[in-house]
Design a protein around this ligand. Structure first.
Ligand SMILES: NC(=O)c1ccc[n+]([C@@H]2O[C@H](COP(=O)([O-])OP(=O)(O)OC[C@H]3O[C@@H](n4cnc5c(N)ncnc54)[C@H](OP(=O)(O)O)[C@@H]3O)[C@@H](O)[C@H]2O)c1
Length: 377
């Protein structure tokens, strides 16, 4: 199953909105065929492994697959049918299909055909691999995740705004890997104007990749007559989508479109884009995950609106110990620990000198907004 997971990871960032899946066939203790789902609409991993075998598997062969095989005929036909037809008598599965309409259905189908089914092998790792797909298939909408890099005392910048760099190079490379996984990245206009980031995924040894780049800019302040931010002018500008409100000014919208940049004008009574509307539009466009990289204004609004589904926090062994240093998340009035926002399915990893804590966001029943921080509604 570890090898099947490695195969699944070859589809990292390429299979949306489908999951990454790896499969292999073992005969007499040896791997004789392998397959991985490579892209949405492409053949499933189990079918590719069977195809790679090139002949019927030997009696006693076992198929390992990281995700429960599909049991309904979609674009590629039910994999359970292909497995039954192949003559394989033992199937070992990692994660159960998270879709409640299917969960465990394939196990029934295979068992009824006389196939032995072993489930839950490295289930946790197999499930974690597809955190975007799992959310998409169960909610019908995108996984909205935020990333921050903070000091040991939770700060993202000095009182002057200086923030380069908080974490070390290995952690910054890890961010690139997650950028490569998510179909889209998002930042606020403040970050675009201050840092002028590239927002591409630069993973060592791999071709540079440009996800969809969302810029939240309710009044189009980042569109200027002087030097434009590079996400509006570089070779990937057609992958940039400025998310704005009807209050932004049509002249700026035209200017962006002339440059080849896309613009989403979403209904909003204020100058801030409604994140619920954004989520709905992403679902409509089949964008299954968005990785928000800041800045503090945008992600604090996400938190206040209970719209962060998943959180990545890199923490560096650095202290600022300055009450006027800047934090990423503000705007709540949390008076009791019972009202704190918590993470579930938490994972910790050590990356160089830094750590990454990530997990699903669980909101408390009561959340009080500090109106002195959020004046804009
Ligand atoms: N350490 C880290 O992980 C990290 C990550 C990212 C950024 N940063 C730092 O954060 C600083 C920038 O902070 P910031 O708070 O100004 O950044 P920001 O959140 O990127 O940008 C804030 C601006 O974006 C627009 N905006 C935010 N939410 C919006 C929404 N829902 N709809 C429409 N527009 C929206 C608003 O423009 P209007 O005011 O015009 O409405 C707002 O003022 C930079 O110094 C950067 O280096 C640090």
């Amino acid at each position: 199953m570890r090898r099947a997971l490695e195969l699944a990871r070859t589809g990292w960032g390429r299979t949306h909105p489908n999951p990454m899946v790896g499969a292999l066939i073992v005969e007499e203790g040896r791997i004789v065929a392998e397959g991985a789902h490579a892209e949405d609409g492409g053949p499933h991993a189990e079918r590719l492994a069977l195809l790679a075998r090139g002949k019927p598997p030997r009696p006693g062969a076992t198929l390992y697959v990281t995700l429960e095989p599909c049991s309904t005929a979609g674009r590629t036909g039910a994999c359970t049918d292909a497995i039954i037809a192949s003559g394989i008598r033992h199937v070992v599965v990692g994660a159960t299909d998270p879709n409640p309409a299917h969960a465990g259905r394939a196990f029934e189908v295979l068992r009824q055909a006389g196939i032995e089914v072993t489930t839950g092998v490295l289930a946790d790792e197999c499930r974690d691999l597809n955190l975007i797909f799992n959310h998409w298939i169960t909610t019908g909408g995108p996984l909205l995740a935020t990333k921050s890099a903070v000091t040991l005392d939770g700060m993202i910048a000095c009182r002057t705004g200086d923030s380069k760099w908080i974490t070390g190079e290995p952690a910054r490379e890890d961010v690139m890997r997650w950028r490569r996984l998510f179909p889209a990245i998002a930042v606020g206009a403040g970050t675009v104007m201050k840092d002028n980031p590239k927002l591409t995924a630069r993973v060592p040894g791999a071709e540079p990749w440009c996800p969809i780049r969302f810029v939240f800019d309710g009044l189009l302040r980042s569109v200027t007559d002087r030097t434009m931010p590079q996400v509006y002018t570089d070779e990937h500008r057609a992958r940039t989508v400025v998310v704005t409100t009807p209050h932004g000014g049509m002249g700026y919208v035209r200017k962006l479109r002339e440059l080849g940049v896309q613009v989403w004008i979403l209904p909003s009574p204020t100058q801030r884009v409604s994140l619920g509307e954004f989520r709905r539009k992403c679902a409509e466009e089949r964008i299954s995950g968005v990785y928000f990289e800041g800045g503090p204004t945008l992600v604090s609004q996400l938190l206040r609106d209970r719209q962060i589904d998943y959180l990545f926090a890199y923490r560096a062994p650095v202290l600022l110990a300055d009450a006027r240093a800047k934090t990423m998340l503000t705007g709540l009035r949390t008076e009791r620990m019972a009202d704190a926002v918590r993470l579930a399915d938490v994972r910790h990893s050590v990356i160089g000198d830094d750590t990454l804590t990530r997990g699903r966001v669980v909101y408390p029943e009561r959340m009080f907004v500090d109106e002195t921080v959020f004046g804009l509604g």
